[in-house]
Design a binder for this molecule. Structure first.
Ligand SMILES: [Zn+2]
Length: 304
């Protein structure tokens, strides 16, 4: 529980980048989303006093450190400013797709980052090297990563991933000693809190699942996946309502840029409606926090 008994509410926004893929359409076409959409979202977060984490994926469908056009250039500039909007930057790893060769600065055909995170044969050193390199590319963009969001869900991630993150926190590669990780979605627990998974020196990594599936149009950007009632109905039911009423220390949800973005996402009005309902019904029982703040509080306090 937070110090004053309120539930800490936050979100992860995944797959953010200058292009989105229309998974629902044949041939999965990709189209650009102007950075003004990300700015609009960030302004809304600031205005409403919200807080959360946004994935910054330097090699998602392009290479932000080597932008080829204005859309990519605008994103490369804007991602360094996310912290001004009370938004953490999470690595959702370098490409969200194939593994990346940091010497050649290009993706490698074959294994995906998602498969690699689960591969039990990957060594601690290999994860350390890859994460360090991703953090370095982030720095070139003015981004200070505070945590990890995994591409896809990972209930059985290689334990070396957790160890590597704790080690990097101990080495000062993350700004805080506590590193939040979004790797799974779990709608079942009546209350949720960060779970310490690995320690290394003064560094620690925390499992901080999303408590509800993405019904803000999701990565499919589909109207079939819009359902604000899943979080909170006008009558005060739903997963977020349950967590808050149960006195859950945290209530974290997640969304995807494909469905959320104010330019082409079908979920933008749904997200705003969700915020309205949360404020109206639970404004005095919640406090918005960035995942890094939640993890740090858990790190410092034994009663979390
Ligand atoms: Zn993703």
């Amino acid at each position: 529980m937070t110090v004053d008994g309120r539930t800490a509410v936050s979100f992860y926004l995944d797959d953010v980048g200058p292009y989105v893929t229309e998974f629902s359409k044949k041939g999965k076409p990709m189209h650009p989303v102007p950075v003004s959409a990300l700015e609009e979202f960030a302004e809304f977060v600031k205005e409403q006093g919200l807080a959360g984490a946004v994935s910054v994926i330097p090699g998602l469908n392009c290479l932000l450190t080597e932008p080829k056009n204005d859309v990519e250039r605008d994103y490369a500039k804007f991602v360094g400013r996310l912290s001004r909007y009370n938004l953490d930057a999470h690595m959702e790893i370098m490409t969200h797709g194939p593994l990346f060769d940091f010497d050649e600065m290009k993706p490698i055909e074959g294994t995906s980052e998602a498969e690699w995170l689960d591969d039990p044969n990957v060594s601690l050193e290999e994860y350390l090297r890859y994460f360090r390199n991703t953090i370095k590319v982030g720095r070139e963009l003015g981004v200070t990563y505070t945590g990890l969001t995994t591409p896809g869900t990972h209930p059985n991630m290689n334990p070396n991933v957790w160890k590597a993150l704790a080690r990097l926190a101990d080495e000062g590669e993350f700004p805080n000693p506590a590193v939040p990780v979004f790797a799974v979605i779990d709608e079942s627990p009546p209350v949720m809190r960060p779970v310490l998974v690995a320690r290394s020196g003064r560094g620690a990594s925390y499992d901080m699942p999303s408590g509800v599936w993405d019904y803000i149009a999701s990565w499919r950007n589909s109207p079939d996946w819009i359902d604000v009632d899943r979080y909170l109905t006008p009558q005060g039911k739903g997963r977020m309502a349950d967590l808050i009423r149960n006195g859950s220390p945290t209530a974290i949800f997640h969304m995807h840029w494909q469905g959320l973005n104010p330019a082409t996402g079908l979920g933008w009005p749904a997200f705003q409606e969700l915020i309205r309902r949360l404020n109206d019904q639970f404004g005095d029982r919640i406090v918005w926090k960035r995942p890094s703040e939640i993890a740090l509080e858990a790190y410092k306090s034994s009663d979390f």
